[in-house]
Design a protein. Sequence first.
Length: 153
Amino acid sequence: MIKELLAMEPYDIYNHDDLEMARISELAEEFSAENIDLQDYFKLSKFRTKFCWINPIKIINAMKYPQKMRGLPFLFEILQDANWPVFPAAVEALKLIRRSDIIPYVEKYLKQAYLEDDDMWIAGIYILAQELYIQPQDFQDIHSYELFKYRNF
């Protein structure tokens, strides 16, 4: 069903950055099905422009808890570059996730960014951490917080 919807012009998340909220809501309901892997549909390379990345963010925002948690990998991917046009929207979407639920993901992706030597991604995660008032003691490993010193700004 989801593939058929996405093939229709009013639901084309890959080529349009101005989908109607009613369409976004319908897509959120469809994407909420447990058997749908959001990462298959929300690959950055599938979208015509970076501006179209707003569609998955809106869809994730429209999903109910806990289904929206499945969108976290996409949202954290957007944090790789604070200059991307939808970066602020991704941060705002992540701020809507329960703090206790998101902190383990912040730590996970911070470690991943460090291992990939991606100082821009570390900076993006740092911006989110500042917005969430994350402190070293919030992480499972308090030393993880020290990885923020490798950010590029």
